[in-house]
Design a protein around this ligand. Structure first.
Ligand code: ADP
Ligand code: ASP
Ligand code: MG
Length: 841
């Protein structure tokens, strides 16, 4: 068996006897298929308490220091009794001896009121020595042979007590030398995390959280196949879950991304964890020991260009910003070198640096506790420059937090920095300093410590990190959510999917349909519904089978649910497309705006309903910075709204708009002129798919009235118009009849209609169903117009809209062309989607 795995258990994972048994069970499961090295932290809270005890001792508070040691002993004895009914004497004796030794050190320190870093390390490393012995007992109880290994006997480090580094080549040999014989005996070495051995044999520690580093050092030395860091959360999150509760688990990180995150405060991994393993490409998994079935996060050498540009937002708190300013600094070589030299010689580590290109200022961030020391060091180093005036001042600003936006994909995605600043700006968060590594792996910025959590949340939301990861490339995608799966939806899907290259290529985007809804429910696939699956849906719909019965569909009568469900995912440039005929979809639009989705509608009802709703939709879109487009609601694919936007956008003022807005009624009128009876003309329009799903909507003028209202509202001409009295061509009571019955009833209109047509013809006129929109006034009805007028010359389903504006006054602007039909309507919708694609590129 050659495979070798290193498993590290954090403090909470070995927090009590039950947890320790849980870890033993995890290892017992791995042991039959791989050689295993375990690394353990101290039991939860123990290192904190040891630190507190050491600090109390250093302040001369002997009793307090000793009381803490007694507590720690008690904690371990309780766990020991729980793990082994008859506590093995050797382990109990070890705990007592270890605590007696710490107590001795604490007594001495409190007498001297002084504690060296060396002695402090000896005290705080004790937690791990005790916890590994508990884990060994638990393993043996599962029948797995194990051996406690104290790393301060073999993990060779330098002498930086409190923050020691492993000695590169030497540690590798000594680690292998200590652990391989144990592995060869078929036992699991259980190594104390966090500590090492100074050249003179003293115990060192690797910095708080250092057990992670122990694990990767061991893995590198033994050329392990994999490291697993077991902790108390599901993996590495897109932000600290205590600050951003909706943060999500990141499935995969590159070594460099993980290193950057831990450097900038992601506590889940010690800052230097990745250094030993990155070069060797040994993957590191982070998993939840409380829920071992979950996948967790894998950190490895891979990187998928085009994956999310930003993967995480992290922060370090309690820093200060030091700025060194002076016009005389420009061009004087070596100021920066002297600044950093002075800090390095005092072991002050600089977390962030930024220098203005004019070289007139250098700004750096250091941990708050080193503020005074930093200021003194710099004033001493630069005293000559200060007195000469080449450096004007050294200013220190306290109470600063450093926020980092991390992701390798940023290097391939323009505009990330702009989004960072506008997201912060929108929340009134002031950026005090910025730095971007030339690798474009992170953008880090300083804000006040108090606003740091706000800044993290703002950036986390800006990059959609609160959403579930689809694990796919989002850079080129444009995700469509279809409301309605009737004829227009189907035609739209055809246009979008089959000819996508043709339409969307110039924006570098490829659209996909991720959700479809009808009245019965919806189907949502975060990674896109395949064309085959869509086909199956359309076919079923044709035979009257509701969508909710499709595999994987959710039954729901409320489209808001589809939007909310889909927007839990990190979709790319999502657009809700309403191709339904429902009057209950406006709440879905509001939800879409709120969650960051644009809306395109071919459905007139939400915009032509109550004025309050129209206003609420506009306001919501505006507030959320989203787009609401409705070209296909008037004139199908004709550029009506587009033309209007062009006029108004260039400062023109609309005086009047009028025209024939119903392709269906245009078609019927044309047929009447040819001599066809009214009822037959309507029947033919229905056959050809020109009518609304319910033809009464056309014949009653309701459909034209809606279009007129929308035009009035969008143009601002008749914004306040609530409803319009439309002249109905038939009795509204015909609504809801079966088709054959309806057509039969319709025949009674043939003769009267014929009379009106003939009367018009006698005056060289024709009948047209027209809408007139003037300031605060809309009229809709059948009128007789001269044959040689623009409306009189219309053919078939053609629509006509005549705009009279200040600029287009004597000779108005005319938009004319086919204004009904599934294909052209779908085209209008595609036009709107393209506009959005251009905006969201
Ligand atoms: P352990 O004792 O297992 O080493 P730590 O307390 O050192 O655990 O690290 C895990 C904790 O790190 C989590 O409980 C979480 O609160 C915190 N944390 C901070 N940032 C992140 C992040 N980006 N992802 C996951 N956890 C984070
Ligand atoms: N026990 C140590 C600490 O609390 C090391 C670790 O947990 O990784 O810092
Ligand atoms: Mg930790």
């Amino acid at each position: 068996m050659t495979r070798l795995e290193v498993h590290k258990f954090g403090g909470t994972s070995v927090g009590d006897a039950r947890r320790i048994s849980g870890c033993a069970a995890i290892l017992a499961e791995v042991a039959p298929r791989a050689r295993v090295v375990a690394v353990a932290s101290a039991m939860a809270g123990v290192t904190d308490r040891l630190v507190a005890s050491a600090t109390a001792a250093a302040h001369g508070e002997r009793d307090a220091a000793l009381a803490i040691v007694a507590e720690i002993l008690e904690l371990h004895e309780v766990a020991l009794r729980a793990l082994a009914a008859e506590a093995p004497d050797a382990t109990l004796a070890f705990f007592r001896a270890t605590c007696a030794e710490i107590a001795e050190l604490a007594r001495a320190a409190s007498l001297l009121r002084d504690l060296s870093l060396r002695t402090r390390d000896q005290i705080i490393a004790a937690g791990e020595k005790m916890s590994v012995r508990l884990l060994v007992l638990a393993l043996r109880a599962c029948g797995v042979p194990a051996q406690a290994m104290d790393a301060d006997l073999f993990l060779e480090t330098d002498q930086r007590f409190g923050e020691a580094n492993a000695l590169p080549e030497i540690a590798r040999h000594t680690i292998a030398g200590a652990l391989l014989p144990v592995l060869e005996r078929g036992e699991i070495p259980v190594v104390t995390g966090f500590c090492g051995r100074a050249p003179d044999g003293a115990t060192t520690t690797l910095g708080r959280g250092g057990s992670d580093l122990t694990a990767t050092l061991v893995a590198a030395a033994l050329h392990a196949d994999e490291v697993t860091i077991w902790t108390d959360v599901d993996g590495v999150f897109s932000a600290d879950p205590r600050i951003v509760p909706e943060a999500s688990v990141i499935r995969q990180l590159n070594f460099r991304e993980a290193a950057e995150m831990s450097y900038y405060g992601a506590k889940v991994l010690h800052q230097r964890t990745m250094i030993p393993v990155a070069a060797l490409g040994i993957p590191v998994r982070t998993r939840n020991s409380f829920a071992p079935d979950r996948a967790g996060t894998v950190v490895d050498g891979t990187f998928t260009p085009g994956s999310h540009p930003v993967k995480a937002v992290t922060a370090v708190r309690e820093h200060c910003l030091v700025s060194i300013e002076g016009k005389g600094m420009a061009g004087v070589p070596g100021v920066a070198a002297r600044v950093f030299g002075a800090l390095a010689s005092r072991k002050i580590s600089v977390t962030m640096i930024s220098q203005s290109s004019s070289e007139c200022s250098i700004c750096l961030a250091v941990p708050a506790e080193q503020a005074t020391e930093t200021e003194t060091a710099l004033k001493l180093e630069l005293r000559g420059d200060l007195s000469l005036g080449s450096v004007d001042e050294i200013a220190v600003r306290r109470g600063v937090g450093l926020v980092a936006v991390v992701g390798l994909g940023m290097a391939h995605t323009p505009g990330v920095a702009a989004r960072v600043f506008s997201a912060l700006g929108a929340r009134g968060i002031n950026v005090l300093a910025i730095a971007q590594g030339s690798s474009e792996l992170n953008i880090s910025l300083a804000v006040t410590d108090a606003r740091t959590p706000d800044a993290i949340r703002a950036l986390h939301a800006e990059f959609g990190l609160d959403r579930l990861d689809t694990g796919e490339d989002t850079t080129r995608r444009l995700d469509l959510l279809l409301l309605g799966c009737g004829k227009i939806g189907r035609a739209l899907a055809g246009l979008v999917l089959q000819r996508s290259g043709h339409f969307f290529e110039r924006f570098g985007l490829s659209p996909r349909i991720v959700a479809v809804a009808d009245r019965s429910g919806y189907l949502f696939r975060p990674n896109g519904i395949t064309p085959a699956e869509l086909d199956a849906i359309w076919r079923k719909k044709e035979s009257g089978i509701p969508l909710a019965s499709s595999d994987g569909a959710t039954a729901s009568s409320d489209p808001v649910e589809m939007v909310a469900d889909a927007m839990r995912y990190r979709l790319a440039r999502p657009v809700l497309v309403d191709v339904s005929d429902s009057d209950g979809t406006h709440d879905a639009y509001l939800e879409a705006f709120r969650l960051g989705c644009d809306v395109v509608t071919a459905n007139k009802k939400p915009l032509a309903g109550s004025l309050a709703t129209f206003r609420a939709l506009r306001a919501a879109a505006e507030a959320a910075g989203r787009l609401l487009r409705a070209e296909a609601t008037v004139g199908a694919g004709l550029p009506v709204v587009d033309t209007l936007e062009m006029l108004l956008g260039t400062g023109d003022r609309l005086i009047r708009a009028e025209g024939c807005l119903s392709g269906t009624l245009g078609f019927v009128m044309a047929r009447l002129e040819e001599g066809m009876p009214f009822s037959r003309a309507v029947a033919e329009a229905m056959e050809l798919g020109y009518t609304e799903p319910d033809p009464i909507a056309d014949l009653s003028g309701a459909d034209v009235a809606r279009k007129a209202v929308i035009l009035g509202r969008i143009s601002g001409l008749a914004l306040a118009s609530q409803s319009v009295n439309a002249e109905s061509l038939v009795d509204p009571s015909l609504a809801g009849l079966r088709k054959d019955e309806f057509l039969k009833q319709l025949a009674s209109y043939d003769a009267p209609m014929r009379l009106r047509v003939d009367a018009a013809r006698n005056d060289a006129h024709v009948l047209r169903y027209m809408a007139r929109i003037a300031a605060d006034h809309i009229e809709v009805g059948l009128v007789s117009v001269a044959l040689d007028s623009p409306a009189g010359r219309l053919h078939g389903t053609d629509n006509l809209i005549v705009f009279t504006s200040e600029r287009y006054d004597v000779r108005p602007l005319v938009v004319m062309g086919p204004g009904a039909g599934v294909e052209v309507t779908a085209m209008g919708v595609v036009g709107d989607i393209l506009r959005i694609a251009a905006e969201r590129r």
